[in-house]
Design a protein around this ligand. Structure first.
Ligand SMILES: [Zn+2]
Length: 357
């Protein structure tokens, strides 16, 4: 489990302490499971599902479920399509959380979350498929359980060992819960480390490709994030420095993988217009700012400057339009393309000449 895109731990109404408490709550259920070390991990797949089920309501309480049934259904539908191509043993659930950070996350056992913040910045269904594939890989490959097993190698002997089991009872179970929840919280906040993040990119793109999506769009999204971070002058990938692969290497590897995958037979769907149509009305940025995504259907002869002037009443906002839609400032627009615009609530939203869905 880990926030895998741009970890924005500092923003929004949650903190690390709250999160560790939530994970502790979830992991308490583990103590009720028969204590055994099976295969390579300290708990088996049913343990993953137990943690996920317990933590899911806590995550929704902490980040907020985004109330938009059509969008929720759409994201879940894309997610199901991707995991159907993954030979998974888990039952997945996909949810949009009401948070501004540009992030996605998976709990063990198949609970996957994307923020409304990351959806607003994506531009097509193939990108969503790539991100969901990345998260599904953390689940299917049981990255949390593997890392915990490694981290707790020495403690396992104490917690699960014959001698300790005889002496300890509930005390050792409580210790195990505390250790497990603390480790899980760290992975969530800092990612799973270079090796597993690269694996998630690679395998996730493979899932998306098998599901019929163009994997190059995932690479485009990684590039967009990198560029966007550089433009904003923020630290690249908050929290990634220690544990996530260097972004340039990550993008280069993803690019190589995508180039290989596109040579395989099968459809390479992108579905930009369909994806953007589902974002129409999505809240953008902090709730108090009352901004939303609206979509605009490009007419013949339109330029970004025209659209900025007519729809946003400010030609200067063409740069923002370009960035939001991952276009160059001087891009030639294709009629019939749906573009995302950010509008303020109330009057500005009403006076925008919205195109029918
Ligand atoms: Zn990840």
């Amino acid at each position: 489990m880990g926030w895998c895109a741009v970890c924005a731990g500092a923003s929004g109404g949650w903190n690390r302490r709250q999160f560790i408490l939530a994970m502790t709550h979830a992991c308490l259920a583990l103590a009720a499971l028969p204590r055994r070390a099976r295969g390579f991990s300290i708990y088996d797949e049913s343990g993953d599902v137990t943690i996920g089920r317990q933590a899911d309501p806590e995550i929704l309480k902490m980040f907020g479920y985004y109330e938009a049934p059509d969008l929720q259904n759409y994201v879940a539908e894309v997610g199901r399509r991707v995991v159907a191509a993954s030979d998974t043993r888990f039952n997945f659930q996909f949810k949009v959380v009401d948070h501004t950070s540009i992030n996605a996350m998976a709990l063990p056992g198949g609970f996957v979350y994307v923020t409304r913040g990351i959806l607003a910045e994506m531009n097509d269904e193939a990108q969503l498929a790539g991100i969901l594939g990345h998260e599904a890989t953390h689940v299917n490959s049981r990255h949390g359980a593997k890392l915990m097993t490694k981290a707790m190698a020495t403690q396992i002997a104490t917690v699960l060992g014959v001698g300790a089991a005889a002496a300890a009872g509930s005390g050792s179970a409580a210790t195990a819960v505390a250790m497990i929840s603390n480790h899980l919280a760290n992975y969530m906040l800092l990612g799973y480390g270079r090796e597993y993040e690269l694996e998630a990119d690679e395998v996730g793109m493979r899932y998306a490709r098998r599901a019929g999506y163009d994997p190059r769009r995932m690479v485009a999204f990684l590039r967009w994030m990198r560029r966007n971070d550089l433009l904003r002058g923020q630290r690249l990938y908050h929290g990634f420095d220690a544990t996530h692969p260097d972004t340039a290497i990550r993008i280069a590897k993803a690019d190589t993988m995508a180039s290989l995958l596109v040579t395989e037979p099968g459809p390479l769907e992108i579905r930009a217009n369909e994806f953007r149509a589902h974002l129409d009305g999505l809240r953008y940025g902090e709730a108090k700012d009352q901004r939303r995504i609206r979509t605009y259907l490009v007419k013949p002869g339109d330029t970004l400057a025209d659209i900025a002037r007519s729809e946003l009443h400010d030609e200067g906002r063409r740069f923002e339009l370009a960035s939001l839609n991952d276009l160059r400032d001087d891009a030639e627009l294709v009629p019939g393309t749906r573009l995302k615009l950010v509008v303020s609530g109330g009057a500005a939203a009403m006076d925008l000449k919205l195109t029918p869905q």
